[in-house]
Structures are given as C-alpha cells and as structure tokens.
Design a protein around this ligand. Structure first.
Ligand code: ZN
Length: 297
C-alpha cells in the first residue's frame, strides 16, 4: 500500500497557501519501471513531485497537467511528467541510463544531467477547449528553482518550491521523496512576506525533514510558523498510468489504411508500448483489419 499523499493548508488570514507531498512510493515505482540511473531518478522524481502538487491544484475533474523539461545538450534528454487533477502522476525520461555526477557534498548534480539552460513547458488541459501552455527558460535545471521561476514570471504568483529525492548510497534505491509549493495570495502584506522568508531560510531540505520523521503536515507547520494554519484537504496519490488498449486502437485509427496494414509487416503483428509504464499492446493482422473496418463505419 502506498503511503503517498498531498496535504494542502492555508493561513487563517488567507494570505498564504502551501501544498506538500510525500512521493516516495511514486518515485520508487518510476525508478523501477524506467530503470533510472541516480541522476535520472532524482530529476524525474523531482518533476513528478512538482507535477503531482500542481495537478492537485486543478479544479476541473477531467483536467490534467503536463510538465516537460528540455535542457540544451542534455544527457538526460527530455523529462516529462503528467498529473491528473487528483495528483496521480506518471512520467519518463528520454535517457534513463544517463551518467550521474555528484556535488562535493555528495548530492546528485541534477542540473548537470538536465542541462543548465533550456526550457520548462507547462501545459494545462482542462478537458474542454484549447489547453493553456506556458513556457519559461530554465534557471538551473535543478527543477525546484525552475518551477519557482515559472510561477513568478508566467503566472505572477510569488512561490517557494522545494523538492527532494533521497537515494540509498549503495543500491541507489529510492528511500524518500517529497516536496512543497508555497504561494503568496494577493492579500499577503510585507510582514507576512518577511515572516515567510525567515521561515523558509531556517527550513532544512525536504528529505532531511522527512528522514527525521517529520510528516508533511509538520513541514507545512514549520514553513508557516507564526501563522494560524488550516488544513484544506488531504488526498492519497499514486503512480498511475492512463494508457489502455482502446487509446492505442484510437491512435492506430488516425493512420491511413495503408499505414495500418504496414505496421504489421515486420513482425506479423503491430506493437505499441507505453512510454509511461512500458506496457506492450499487440494488434494482430485480424485486429488491424477490424480497426480499418470500424474506421470506415
Ligand atoms: Zn501506460
């Protein structure tokens, strides 16, 4: 059973909101599915955590959000995460075997793997009409700073984002993962901003706090020290793929009859695998003929 969850809190004066997530099981699953190197695990884990938190902020039930990090000359290639409006996420990296470099303090150099320059794309799909697309240049490739910059420049919301993934030193297995997104609402005055800045300055890294046994609620309380805090909601989250045979069939049906038949030429059947969960879907020649028939109905 996954213990992963998101908690959302607001100060009683309505000036500050914070969402914090525990994503250890999600990132563990992602690392198993994609067989990621330490640098790839850390980059994907941070992006999955941010995406889950941002997904849970969507109000529309059928909405989803996609975060895509494209670093210049990146060894890791693109890093992609998708969340539904309940905070359930999935994701992948282009080159999961990417080389891992470390800072002197032993921390994984995520920015090196991701690329120090490049772009972060944010796409919100509300399930109806055109999706909303935002884009900002990367600040450092360390993900949290890039998310902060996105909110500041693209949405004019002063934001503090912290994300962390802790790996076992020898096995590189995911031990802990989590993060938070703190945002100032229009009612925030100078004294509020000063108090928040002081709290954030004194806050330890997320994985340090989690390793000490702090809950995500206690992390919210520390970030909002000196304020009266109300819990808005709390929800379980998981690594969840949205792929299905039906979706694969629909994708095939967008191709020409000729291309549909050609897709089975090499192997005697057509095959499509899901980027997010590696599930393989096979369609026999008979299945394909059936699709062609349905296409013309
Ligand atoms: Zn899938």
């Amino acid at each position: 059973m996954s213990e992963d969850k998101i908690i959302r809190c607001i100060t009683s004066d309505g000036a500050v909101v914070i969402s914090a997530a525990l994503t250890s099981d999600i990132v563990f699953k992602a690392s198993r599915i994609h067989k990621t190197s330490p640098a790839a695990t850390a980059a994907l884990g941070r992006l999955l955590t941010a995406c889950s938190i941002m997904g849970a902020q969507l109000k529309q039930k059928d909405a989803s959000i996609t975060l895509r990090v494209n670093g210049d000359n990146s060894e890791l290639g693109a890093v992609i995460a998708v969340s539904d409006s309940s905070g359930n996420v999935r994701g992948y990296v282009q080159n999961p075997a990417c080389h891992t470099e470390y800072y002197e303090n032993g921390k994984i150099n995520v920015g090196k793997a991701v690329g120090r320059t490049g772009v972060l794309n944010v796409m919100r799909d509300y399930g109806t009409g055109e999706p909303y697309i935002g884009m900002v240049p990367l600040v450092s490739g360390e993900i949290a700073e890039d998310i902060t910059s996105y909110f500041a420049s693209s949405e004019q919301i002063p934001t503090v984002c912290a994300l962390g993934v802790l790996l076992e030193k020898e096995s590189h297995e995911v031990l802990l993962s989590g993060g938070f997104l703190l945002q100032l609402l229009p009612g925030a005055d100078n004294s509020t901003i000063e108090k928040i800045e002081k709290n954030i300055e004194e806050l330890e890294p997320v994985t340090t706090m989690l390793a000490k046994g702090l809950s995500i609620k206690e992390i919210c309380d520390l970030a909002l020290d000196g304020f009266e805090v109300e819990v808005l909601d709390e929800m379980p989250i998981d690594y969840k793929c949205a792929c299905s045979r039906e979706k694969v069939e629909r994708a095939f049906m967008t191709m020409s009859d000729e291309d549909i038949r050609a897709s089975a030429e090499d192997l005697g059947f057509a095959q499509a695998s899901c980027h997010f969960c590696n599930k393989v879907y096979r369609l026999t020649k008979d299945d394909l003929e059936d699709l062609i028939k349905r296409k013309h109905e």
